[in-house]
Unconditional design. Structure first.
Ligand SMILES: Nc1ncnc2c1ncn2[C@@H]1O[C@H](COP(=O)(O)OP(=O)(O)OP(=O)(O)O)[C@@H](O)[C@H]1O
Length: 807
């Protein structure tokens, strides 16, 4: 096969095996040397159950498989898209044959990012644009950062037209070599705020950083995250910025977004320069794919991954390693080379640093951080007095003084979270030791941990743009004050009244185990997520509630995702979760967060709420408050410097709630009856199995006792009948329509409330007849108005009824 001429090639890379160069047009490599590409999965794909526990996915594309009959047996040939042909010869028994390696000259995309000279890295598809990409005009809001062309294209392709506020504040600092402590609201794009400077540096220095063929690519950046899910998410978020991008299809998508934008190649577009939009210039026909080494690689190494896979990833070389501290420390202990690389890091990131200490990773974190300390004490810089940067401050983005910033080639440190206390930020910046308690210990474990960071910057820049009180502008909060026993009914009401993807936070695994069967009996599609589930099941359940968001689907990438990569979308999915899901997870389009139990800390409240209202989307949170939790709410709001009455109360149609309470009670009765039977069976089996395992015979008295306490056949029959009758009763209740007070379903235009108009307008509620279809947030606004009118007329004492119950 003859490779096609490579049009527009700016630079050619020497073949990794010079002997074979130009002797043939084909490459004979082992399976591992095929151009495997780590698939940058959409963020929610970390949740994909379709992967059955696979935490990393690689694919090889553009490879044609050809079978040839030869005298020696059947040969399998892998033909790679016209540029390189990779032959893997096998006989019919599947034995690989040793064929000399011959590699064609791969093309690289840009002269600014020459690729390392290594065959192991010849595994990325380079897309030659059919239109010219001009960052200045196509992505003007990012142009001041002069990001590497690849990153600009990726941002364009993902329709990230402008930086988010934290990105706008942190990028200039990080790009100019400062250490940065970034605090910004949940879902505000912190990952790219630290990720883009790292990738930009690595892409721009790819030529000098390139190792030789035999060397393992050294880890240049380490991102530590508290959970596996978050590590996988960060890795795929960063990989999405490195994926080859086909700008022509990105431009087409852009047009879909903005109807005013002329079609690529249209007359208007060709006049683009004058019009100011659609300035891309067509330079050819369909985009061309070619193969070249990846200038930068990002991968996650987390618990649950096979050792073999881990070794393969590491041996191939990772520039940006995203890891959880526990697993990373395990590997470091057995891998001196990796330990050496961690000592030489160019970037260190702590994402959600405050959670890291909560999850009990303190010891591993401490060990890893110790590796990043400077060996030579003389290198340490005297800390400067602190000056805090706020959005809008002059001088943001410029070095505060001549000494600020890290020396060339030294490690830059980024610490990001949505919740880092002001006191801690100040201490970090001044690098002063935290205030100690009476026993001489630091004020908090987090203080202690962060004080172990060896910032190379004399004055790490602190960018704190977290909103006052931790509330994201697009989030609407609400609360329901009710008895603890009524929470199931109120939750059920909320889920029926406001269908949507809902994340319900409970404080214990037992709570989830109790609620799950009740929800299931009430036909609510609920899934559990907690630490006692297997990782695979956790990811699967998360997936069930996730759908791809527009920004996360690689619409413009030249790589097509495998078919298995389908999402089980469930627009009304309900996830019953503990705080395992509270931090960092970017599950797109979560409509509501419900705090079934009041969180114990203000940070937990902020992070739980942060699972909705992400990336400037609207979101809604509901706090369910039992009388004994009011005290906690008061303290929680106090520590956020807010007034507890600020959170408006959710309106509830009490007439319908009563009907739902009856259903919930039945579901509980059924569950209790079934649970009793399950428990009896379990206990009986347990005793037998334990006796069998110990090879002992059950004491005859014990057996008799067991026989005596065990339900008789008649009793079992009676209990089965009871469950069946309760189930039938519940079924009939579930079949009955929920009709609001005063509504006549027989004569829809009559009755105190006519539903005819709503039916004609299509605004009627499908499950709750008589109510209008509404978003939780809009109902809240309406009820707020209603309440303020009422307030003018009704005596204050009447509103204080609740207070009476609470005290
Ligand atoms: N400039 C941008 N424009 C539009 N969307 C963006 C931009 N940058 C990031 N996003 C999207 O915003 C979402 C949230 O980003 P990210 O997960 O980084 O938030 P975060 O601040 O780290 O949140 P958390 O504190 O909850 O971890 C992601 O889906 C991401 O793709």
């Amino acid at each position: 096969m003859t490779p096609k001429a490579i049009a527009g090639t700016k630079r050619k890379v020497k073949p990794s095996k010079p002997v074979a160069r130009k002797k043939a047009k084909t490459a004979h490599l082992s399976v591992d040397q095929l151009p495997w590409k780590s698939v940058a999965r959409p963020r929610e794909a970390h949740a994909s159950g379709s992967f059955d526990g696979m935490l990393e996915l690689e694919e090889v594309s553009g490879v044609e498989v050809v079978y040839e009959e030869t005298e020696a047996g059947k040969i399998v040939k892998f033909r790679v898209a016209g540029e390189v042909t990779v032959n893997q010869e096998m006989d019919t028994t599947g034995q690989e044959r040793d064929v000399p390696a011959i590699v064609d000259e791969p093309a690289v995309e840009s002269s600014t990012s020459p690729a390392p000279d290594t065959a192991a890295q010849a595994d990325v598809i380079v897309v030659e644009d059919s239109i010219r990409f001009d960052a200045e005009t196509m992505l003007p809001e990012w142009s001041r950062f002069s990001l590497h062309q690849q990153l600009a294209k990726a941002l364009y392709a993902q329709h990230f037209t402008r930086p988010t506020p934290i990105q706008a504040e942190a990028l200039p600092l990080a790009l100019s070599g400062r250490d940065v402590v970034g605090v910004a609201e949940t879902g505000s794009g912190k990952t790219l705020a630290y990720g883009l400077p790292i990738l930009d540096h690595l892409l721009k220095h790819a030529s000098t950083a390139g190792p030789t063929t035999k060397e393992r690519r050294p880890v240049r950046a380490l991102v530590l995250t508290p959970t596996r899910e978050l590590a996988l998410q960060v890795s795929s978020h960063l990989n999405a910025c490195l994926n080859p991008v086909d700008i022509s299809s990105a431009a087409v998508k852009e047009e879909e977004h903005d109807p005013e934008l002329p079609a690529v190649g249209s007359k208007e577009n060709n006049k683009g320069k004058e019009k100011g939009k659609g300035k891309e210039k067509k330079t050819g026909d369909a985009p061309k794919k070619r193969y070249g080494p990846p200038p930068v690689s990002v991968a996650a190494i987390v618990g649950g991954m096979s050792a073999q896979k881990q070794r393969r990833i590491l041996s191939r070389g990772i520039d940006v390693l995203v890891a959880t501290p526990g697993r990373l420390w395990d590997i470091i202990q057995e891998d001196d080379e990796l330990a050496g690389q961690i000592e030489q890091l160019r970037f260190l990131v702590l994402d959600e640093a405050d959670r890291m200490v909560e999850t009990g990773h303190f010891a591993e974190m401490e060990n890893i951080l110790r590796l990043t300390l400077r060996q030579n004490k003389d290198d340490e810089i005297e800390p400067e007095p602190a000056t805090e940067l706020r959005a809008g401050d002059e001088g943001v983005g410029e070095a505060e003084d001549d000494k600020a910033g890290v020396k060339d080639g030294e490690m830059q440190t980024f610490v990001f979270s949505a919740t880092l206390s002001k006191e801690l930020q100040k201490n970090l910046k001044k690098r002063s030791r935290p205030i100690k308690n009476k026993k001489g210990k630091p004020a908090s474990t987090l203080d202690d941990l962060l004080m172990r960071l060896d910032f190379r910057d004399s004055t790490p820049a602190v960018v704190d743009i977290a909103p006052e009180g931790g509330v994201v502008a697009t989030l609407q909060e609400s609360k329901i004050e009710c008895l603890a026993n009524d929470k199931d009914a109120y939750l059920y009401y909320f889920l029926l009244r406001y269908p949507g993807r809902t994340l319900v936070f409970l404080s214990s695994v037992d709570g989830i185990r109790r609620l799950l069967p009740i929800m299931s009996l009430l036909e609510i599609p609920a899934f559990p997520l907690h630490s006692q589930l297997e990782q695979r099941q956790r990811l699967k359940n998360l997936d069930r509630c996730a759908v791809p968001s527009v920004s996360s689907v690689p619409l413009t990438c030249s790589i097509t995702y495998p078919l298995a990569f389908r999402f089980k979308s469930s627009p009304h999915g309900v996830l019953l979760a503990t705080d395992v899901a509270a931090r960092g997870l970017d599950v797109p389009a979560v409509d509501h967060v419900v705090h079934y139990q009041v969180p114990r800390t203000a940070d937990a409240y902020v992070h739980r709420n942060g699972r909705t209202a992400r990336a400037a989307r609207k979101g809604f949170s509901l706090l369910m408050v039992a009388p004994d939790e009011r005290r906690i709410v008061r303290a929680l709001m106090g520590s956020l410097k807010r007034d507890e009455d600020e959170i408006p109360e959710m309106p509830v149609e009490l007439y319908l709630l009563d009907k739902l309470k009856a259903r919930v009670q039945l579901a509980r009765d059924i569950d209790t009856a079934q649970h009793r039977v399950r428990k009896e069976k379990h206990e009986k089996n347990w005793l037998r199995e334990a006796a069998e395992a110990m090879e002992i015979e059950l004491d005859s008295d014990l057996e008799a006792e067991e026989q005596g306490s065990a339900p008789t056949k008649a009793q079992r029959k009676a209990s089965d009948a009871k469950v069946a009758s309760l189930k039938a009763e519940l079924k009939s209740l579930l079949e009955q329509p929920l009709v609001a007070r005063g509504v006549s379903t027989r004569y829809i235009t009559s009755g105190a409330v006519s539903i005819a108009d709503d039916m004609l307008a299509g605004t009627f509620h499908e499950t709750m007849l008589g109510l209008k279809k509404a978003e939780a947030g809009s109902d809240l606004v309406a009820s707020k108005k209603r309440k303020s009118k009422l307030k003018a007329t009704v005596k204050k004492e009447e509103f204080e009824e609740w207070e009476g119950i609470a005290e």
